[in-house]
Ligand binder design. Sequence first.
Ligand SMILES: Nc1ncnc2c1ncn2[C@@H]1O[C@H](COP(=O)(O)OP(=O)(O)OP(=O)(O)O)[C@@H](O)[C@H]1O
Length: 234
Amino acid sequence: MLTAKNIHQYYSGSHILRDVSVSATAGRVTVLLGRNGVGKTTLLKSLMGLVPIKSGTVEFNGHAITKATPYERARAGIGYVPQGREIFGRLTVEENLLMGLASKPAGTPIPAALFELFPVLKQMLNRRGGDLSGGQQQQLAIARALAAQPKLLILDEPTEGIQPSIIKDIGRVIRQLADVGLNGQRMAVLLCEQYYDFAEELADDYLVLERGAVISQGTGAEMVSRGVRQMVSI
Ligand SMILES: Nc1ncnc2c1ncn2[C@@H]1O[C@H](COP(=O)(O)OP(=O)(O)OP(=O)(O)O)[C@@H](O)[C@H]1O
């Protein structure tokens, strides 16, 4: 579904991503791990087109999207949940969800399946985003990215600052999205995560970044034998 090859990225002269290749496949959760500041967010932003890559290629469903704008990538079927959630605090939950439909024709409804995944959002439709707890905001951010029914969901550290019970719910949702999708179509999930146990439990595939380069990758089942926990521990 998504294939990115040989990505190099720089921020004002510093080499941030070094020849990174990554792919994501329908029905599978691919986990991106690495310590603070190794370039994980930069990689996800590059895949979403939020920062232009210096060199390398990105293909989505067989089409080159290397030069596509974030809007075009959203229209092509990529959903993005940014680090820190970026909820519109003054807008209601419903309005936040409608923002997720910006790439769809006017009048496209919010998929009812979202409220089955996150029942709490249904009860809070008229509350302001800023009045929700951190965990509820994270659920809202995921639901907003799902509103346009993407084929690939990219999540940047969805467990950051979230209480354990909601982390469990989010983990269940991610598994369900990969296994059966929102409406029966299995999704590809690319998840950047610092919380190792959560990552290991969900990973069908993994890759580890260190100083902008991939130092290990394989299937989720190989994470223990390859010592991935030690690679990312501080
Ligand atoms: N806009 C920017 N301009 C210049 N340097 C940046 C910018 N954004 C990030 N960096 C630097 O690029 C490197 C990679 O940052 P990035 O946020 O991608 O790392 P990360 O692995 O996601 O870290 P974290 O886990 O802390 O979110 C860091 O050294 C960071 O300081």
